[in-house]
Design a protein around this ligand. Structure first.
Ligand SMILES: Nc1ncnc2c1ncn2[C@@H]1O[C@H](COP(=O)(O)OP(=O)(O)OP(=O)(O)O)[C@@H](O)[C@H]1O
Ligand SMILES: [Mg+2]
Length: 244
């Protein structure tokens, strides 16, 4: 599949095939995920729940090609990300995947607007256009007045909304959010939840959220629980009938 086909909206469902992840150090080996096979829907929202330390973040890193599996593969729309070279993988990731982390990882020396514009500038959009798009999306997030603030001049909830804007600005096919409401108060968490769902519908993409927040999990179309060995057990199937 060519990049232009991807751009033209060819669906990019995520498929895990016999995925295994081991961590090794000098004298120990820990198998976190063992032979996991799972298909995520091509659009809509999925919550991954499960106890602390079970391997949820590990799985997100594998899905997003930030880390490589010990065995098995991750496929996006049939393309095996695990066999790509590091440059190809980075480009694929920049084009197709948006990450939202618990601790947002905004660049401290750049303003909110610059943080959001950066992924577009990195993909060769001219700076003026990138900044205009970033400003518009920050407006959607209710942050017009904060566009020129540095991360240190933003509240936790504001920083998280900037991080969401940064993850969505490239209109990725798959958005991976690892505990996006983990350090927010209830009201801000609800606002972040609303924004994630609204943007998922608008971009018509797949949102995969790891969360300990019951309300956020229940607002997703599908809930899967990670169990020991990294198996994913479906609690609830898609509520929303996927549109063609
Ligand atoms: N780089 C690493 N080297 C060795 N072990 C690791 C490494 N990263 C994670 N682990 C171990 O792998 C297991 C899974 O970690 P992971 O971060 O995926 O858990 P999690 O489900 O996201 O937990 P939480 O809900 O607390 O975020 C843990 O036991 C952790 O200690
Ligand atoms: Mg985690």
């Amino acid at each position: 599949m060519t990049n232009s086909q991807e751009r033209a909206g060819a669906r990019l469902g995520v498929e895990l095939r016999n995925l295994t992840k081991r961590y090794r150090d000098a004298d120990r080996e820990l198998t976190v995920i063992s032979g996991l096979t799972f298909s995520f829907p091509e659009r809509g929202t999925v919550a991954i729940i499960g106890r602390s330390g079970i391997g949820k973040s590990t799985l997100m890193h594998l899905i997003g090609a930030l880390d490589t599996p010990s065995e098995g593969s991750v496929l996006f729309g049939g393309r095996d990300v695990s066999v790509m070279g590091s440059d190809e993988r980075a480009e694929f990731r920049a084009r197709n995947v948006g990450f939202i982390f618990q601790f947002h990882h905004l660049l401290p020396e750049f303003s909110a607007e610059e943080n959001v514009a950066l992924p577009l500038i990195m993909s060769n959009m001219n700076e003026g256009k990138a900044r205009a798009e970033a400003a518009a999306l920050l407006g959607r997030m209710g942050l017009s007045e904060r566009a020129d603030h540095l991360p240190s001049q933003l509240s936790g909830g504001e920083q998280q909304r900037v991080a969401i804007a940064r993850a969505l600005i490239t209109k990725p096919r798959v958005v991976l959010a690892d505990e996006p409401t983990g350090n927010l108060d209830v009201r801000t968490a609800t606002e972040v939840q609303r924004l994630l769902l609204e943007m998922n519908r608008e971009l018509d993409n797949t949102l995969i959220v790891v969360t300990h927040n019951e309300e956020l999990a229940q607002s997703m179309d599908m809930v899967v629980e990670m169990t020991p060995g990294g198996a994913l057990v479906e609690h609830r199937k898609a509520r929303r009938v996927p549109e063609e």
